[in-house]
Design a protein around this ligand. Sequence first.
Ligand code: IPD
Ligand code: CA
Ligand code: CA
Length: 263
Amino acid sequence: MSFHLNNITIENILPMIQEVASQYLTRENSRNITVKGDSNFVTEVDMQIEKAMKERLLSLYPDTQFMGEEKDNSDVDFTTPVWILDPVDGTSNLIHDFQNSSMSLALAIDKKIVFGIIYHYSTKEYFWAKKGQGAYVGTTPINVSDTTELSRSLVSFGTSPYDKATLGEKNCQTLKQIFFTCEDIRRIGSAAIELAYVAAGRVDIYLERNLKPWDFAAAIIIIEEAGGIITDYNGQAIDISKPSDILAGNKMIHEKLRHTIPL
Ligand code: IPD
Ligand code: CA
Ligand code: CA
């Protein structure tokens, strides 16, 4: 199929994800673990799902490129359409059988995300959006929350677990500040699920330092199409080709929290 945005449909993408998940997401594969870094692991599930998605996406859409967490991406050229995949977001959860892991898949054209889907492997919910067409969980439209006060806001907080040495102290200060300012804090352990929950209005805001493009790419369009805002901690637009701090929420809480957190 030659590349055209009209051919990027949930009907084409969802069955691919469901089929790959049912084939490779097994307890046996998730027990086959390799250490990548500090608190950072990869399992056979991550590797097999990435390989299977890459094969299927490039065979259905031959004029596209593929960027994935578990491969070398130095040759990726953003002047042509690029798929951006995190095969398992929440690998620690998968290893511990904590039932909160997801696939995050986005399509970038000219460095702008035009399609994104976050698939929750345990609940089978899928949060998705296409440019200009709204955001959905399954077939139901979603919107960010309408909370206006920080004291009434539920904040999902990402701990940057692989950067404890450099960001740990700073993150603890931020966490303390938020805890005493907001209603309460949540931590699921999959940035993509937490960002999807912002889009669905289940939490008011999510923040985490030093996320990678595959953690946040799909969420950019899902949150924007759900009426929210996603920026770095300074309120600046995100460059999807680089790691970035991420602050994503409804517009009122985003504006208020941005001026509260220590940078
Ligand atoms: C991680 C998860 C985690 C977040 C980390 C991410 P991974 O992704 O989203 O919740 O705190 O910053 O790197 O390694 O499970 O794909
Ligand atoms: Ca991830
Ligand atoms: Ca991952």
